[in-house]
Each structure stands twice: as structure tokens, then as C-alpha cells.
Design a protein. Sequence first.
Lengths: 563, 230
Amino acid sequence: MMLSLAKKKILIVEDFAEFARSLRAMLHPMGATEATIVYNAQDAIEACKSTKFDIILSDYNLGPKKDGQQLLEELQHEKLIKSSCIFIMITAENTTSMVMAAVEYVPDNYIAKPFNGNLLQSRLQKAMEKKEALLELNRLMRNKQWSEALERIEEVIQQQPKFKMSCLRAKIEALKNLKQLDAGLKIAKEITSVRTIPWALEAIGELYYLKKEYQKSVDIFNQLIQEFPMSVDGYDWLAKVQRVMGMTKEAQLTLEDAVKRSPRVLQRQKMLGLIAEENHDYDTMSKAYRNAVKYGEHSSFCSADEYLQLTSAISNQIRNTTSEGEKEQQIEKSSPKVDIKKSSAEVSRIIESVTKKFPKSQSNLLRCKVAESSFLNACGKTEEADILVKQAIEIYQKLDQQLTEADSLAIAKSLTDMGQTEFAETVVKKAAEQHFEDNQFIIKAAKLCSQPEILQLCKKASRLNMLGVEHFEKKDFSNAAKTFEQVYELAPSHINMALNYIQTLLKLTQSSDDKSSILKTANRVLNSIPEVKFPDPRFERYKELKRLTLLLLESSEKNSKGA
Amino acid sequence: MSATKDDIFNLILASTVHDMKNSLSMLGESLNVILASVDQDKLNSDTKANYGVVQYESSRVNNSLMQLLALYKLENEQLPFNPNYVNVNDFFEEQRLRQLHLLEAKNIECEIDVDESIEAVFDECLLSTVLENIIGNAIRYSKSKIVLSCVQGDTTNILVLDDGPGYPGNMIEMAGSYMQGINQSTGSTGLGLFFAQKIADIHSHKGKNGSVHLSNDGALSGGTFEIRIP
């Protein structure tokens, strides 16, 4: 079968101009007429904004800025390529190391240099065949239509058994998202009972983790990294499970092993920083976040968080070297002396980068203020620090959006570090109210808060919420509304809880005589929470409930006027 | 601080290999461009043979680079190993395509003798590096034909047969210890077989490891290379 690339829009991304031209020459006999050449990732992104390419051939090494993987991530993340676009990654080395890297977005195929036109044609053909066979399935998976995806998977396995393994992998993923963990586990175990396939073993470990069978999960990930020492996601997973089991020291060692093997992953460095912080190992923490900033510089996943966590690590390194109690310990560990002058310059550079690089949102502004003041405090400049804290309090009181869990915790942690316990507790209590169903968060929050009642409040609210959901499912809307009202009173700023209450009230109006007063309550609750904006995952639900509430309110007012 | 030293060496090795591979790609492609620009009928047989030599030697250099890099990583426990289900027919077809220029230049037929539905579990990239070297050698020594075939039983046996003079007796006897084959006086480095054996060895299943076998009693009455994957 001869592949024809006539009329296909092709983009070649290659920093080596000579090779780019010879690549175009290779495509010529396949009928390619429209091949654009760019020499770096930024130009590729610009090209994709104006043209919808059918095929992209990109070198992995693209010079000092974004590499081929980061290019692919940005193109998919920003939806700059159509779902049928074929992306082939050209690599210098054996491609196995790429295949085993933990990446969210994978190219359709790899090809290692040097290669001839014949091999390129074969890889393109295979990629196109697979893309076409799995196009619909991939669309369903991307849209999170898991049940439909499961049906489609069976069809593809029937029609094209060649893609059975890809289909089974997708099936495990879909079942996992449908919370059918045992069904997913069964398939993965069937695969590994025949052969030890790394991805299937990893799936088993993940499913045990989700089933909260942590010891089994740890055993599986230990097996994975022993049999496949370069399977770096195995280490990431192992550390994650160890952390949940409270083995934070072990988790840190696991991740230190992982970054030795593959340091260039932003998320891995951030995770190491987070765990090192829990272990009060601020030297490792600052090293990890410094790497996160470095390797994330050209990634579309970078955020202000790693920059600000780095300042927090530096502040704590200074506190450790200057505090009397820890001094001897530091000398024993022969920890590098922290140079305050140097650190000070680094912290100002970081704060400057954050303001330049990221949106000037109020939460970023708040975090910068807190980070700066915590650093000044660590350096003994308490007066200057206190001025910044006062400014931070002002920003906090005027926030237009709720802080995320991570932001709340980071701010509270920095405030606690500098002895601002009162402000820290205000932040933690508010956040706890907003996220009380998140156990991991609550455990961390409780550590930052001297008042155990927040834990109690969270437990009570969680219990009531479950009861409310039970009533709702039994269509007992009257009792559901009473229960959700209690939850709302306990945690008035929890958006999902407020939405639960509103949804129940709207249901209740269908069977009630006093529609108008119920709707007024719903409207009052709606107005009491901050506006939820896209891309917040609660946005769709918020928008729909708001629309319904206003619609019903309007018609009820009309009716009462008419009567 | 030895870790840092290793890191630097690793970095230099990887970037040098990258650079050399770019050069090799360029060499090969430039040659193709030159060749395409001349009238094929006017090419004499010497030119064609010389073209074949350049193709063969540059792919040999590339292949040796790959093997060295892989062996270095294996020593340092950094060699990624990712076995997966591979369709053997597709795999062979790609091997043939890799060598197409050389096959044509030397006018050698490459037959693929495998059931289209056969699947086996191995690391495709690593086995590809092994076979590229072995097939290159087979083409070099064969007269008119090589065969790629696969037999599946307890193990998956991948065979490369040629109709050349066969492997020297001392090489066949060396089975299992190809390091001894490194002989500077004959120019045979034995790297290819040593590498094949290492890669066979990291493929294991139910306590059994892969192995490499050489013989001269193949169907084409030349040499037979066999790698058994459990």
C-alpha cells in the first residue's frame, strides 16, 4: 500500500536546518506538497495557531528552550492541533526511555535518527492506521464519556484485534474512572498473569491504591521498580503510596532515587519538595523547588506555586541556620551555610519572576506578600515583615475568589513559620470550611491549626452531607433540604455544599405550595457564595443552578402578581 | 561527588551521540540527494557498489554508537527496558526497510518468513538495535539472499539466515561468552554478538532468560543467527 501525503498539511520542527530540508526531501516521494519548516518550538506554536496541520514531525531536541515533548504538551493543552493530527517524535537515542517517561501526552509514534524515507513512511502509515482506528475511542476518552468509550472499545477489539492491547489499556482507564476498580483490576491481572508488562503492573498498583489497599499497592510498585529500574513513574507512585501510609521519610528516599534517574520532570521535583517540607528537610526542599523552577521554565504546567515554595524553603533554611536550637545539628549535618545576601537576591528575583510570568491574580499577589514577609521575618527584619503582613491581611479580606487548598495551606504554613498564628488560623479555618470533604487536606490543615474544633466541624459536616445525599437519592427532598441547611450553616462558604442545598430547594419547589419563600432562600444562598468562573470544575453546575433559580424566581413572581 | 561526574559523562555521551547521529543522517541523506540527481542508467556498477559501502559503513557506525550507549547504560542500571506485545511480521518489515538501500545496492533479496498474526513480548527498540547489526552482517556476507523468520514454542526464536560462507567455527563454539570474540587482529570486535547476548539476557520470563545461538546448518546453507526470547 502506497502512502499518499498529497494535500496533507505537514509541519517539520527541527533546529538543524540541513536535516529539516533532507526530511522534506524524504517526504517528497510520498506525494507531500505542503511541508512547512520551523526551527524551534515557539515558531511551531505560532504556525499551529494559523494552520491546522495533518502531520507534525518534530525533533525532540530543539535547542535551549522548549523540547519536542513540551511542544506536544502545549499544542494539546492549548488545543492548537486537531484530534486527527499525527505527531511523530524524532529522537536521537533509542526511544524506550521516552516511552517509559511519565507523560500525560504521548506522540503517535517515535522514530530514531538516522532513518531513511522507507522507514519514515512505514512509521507514518502505522501511526495513521492506528489513529484512524482509535479516533472515536480517543475522542470519547478525552470527553470523559467512559460508558460510551467502553462500548466502543469492544467494537474496536472485534474489528481490529491488532489494537487489543491499546484497547485493554483504555478499558482499564475507563473502568477506573467509572469506579469499577475490581473489574479494572481483573483485566490488568489477566494481562500480567501471562506476561509482566510494565504498564499493566503499574495499573494494578494504582487500582490497589484507589481501593485503599496500600500495602498491596506498595508491593506491586516495589516489584515494578525492581524488574524495570528505569520505570520512573513506578517510583513516583511508590512515593505517593508511602506518603499516604505516613511513611514520609521512605517516600522522600524513593523520590530522591527517581530524580536521580530522571530529573527533568516538573511534577516529580514538586512532589519531592512537598515531601521534604513535611520532613522539615529544607535543604532538599529548596533544591527540589529550584529544579522545579528550572525544568518547568518552558513547560505549560509551570505555576507560581513552585516559585513561592522555593522562597518558603529558603526562609526556613535561614531560620534553621540562625536558630540556637538547631545550630549544632546543622553543623553536624555539615549543611551548606545559607548566605543571607545571596538568598535575599534570589528571593527578590523569584518574586519578580512570579509577577512577570504569571497572571496578577489576587491569590498570587497575596502569596507573594506572605512569601516576602516570611523571608524578611526569617532574616530578622521583623518590622518590615509586619508591614507586609498587614498588607497581606488587607488583600485577604478583599479576595474575590476562594483560595485553592494548596494556596491556603502554603499561605498558612508561611504565616505559621513566622509566628503569625492568628492570621494563619483564620486562613486555615476558612479553607477547612470550603474543603471539609478532602481528607488529605484536613489532615494537613489540622497540623497548622491549634484548634481541634475544625476537625470536629469537618467530621460533622461530612456526616450531615452524606445523610443529605441519602435523603436526596430517596427523593425525600424535604429532609434533604433540612440536612443540607445544617451543612450550609456549618460551612457557609463551601461552594459544592451550597449548590447541594440550592439543588434540593429547587426540587422541593416542585411539590411545595410555598414556592416563593423556598426560591427566595435558594437565591439568598446563591448570592452568599462567590461567583464561580470558568474553568473551575464547578462552573457548569453553578451556572445551571443559577439559571434555574433565577428562571423559577421570575416565573413565581409573575404568577403571584397575576393572582 | 561521583554522581555528578557520572552525570556529566552521561550528558556528554548523550549529546555527542546526538550530534554524531545528526551527522550520519546528513551523510546518508546527502548521498541520496546526489544519487537522485544523476541518471540511474549512467551509473556504473562501481559507483553503485561504492554507494552501498557508504550506506553500510555509516549504518554500522550508527549501530555501534547505539550499542555502546546501551551497554554503558546497562552497566549503570540506566538502560530503560520496556517489553510489550510486538507483531513480529511488522517488526521484520521495518528491519527490511531500514536496510533497503543496502539490499538494493548489493542486489540481495530479503525474505520474511513469518505468520502475520504472530505476536511476541520483547523490547522493540533494543531488539531492533540487535537485529540491525546482525542483518547488516548477514547482508555483507551473503551471496544473494537472507531470510528473517520466527518460530514460537516455549520461547520466541527469531532467526536471521544467510547464504554466505557461514560463521567461523571458533565463533560458534564461543556461544555464551562472546566477549572473547573481541579480536583486534581480525578486526572482528564481537560487539554485535556480545550486545545481542546482553539484550537476550535482560529478557526474562518465569525465571528463564533469553539466549543467542549461532550455527551453519540453516536452510540457506549459510550462517544462522538465532535469538531466543522466553
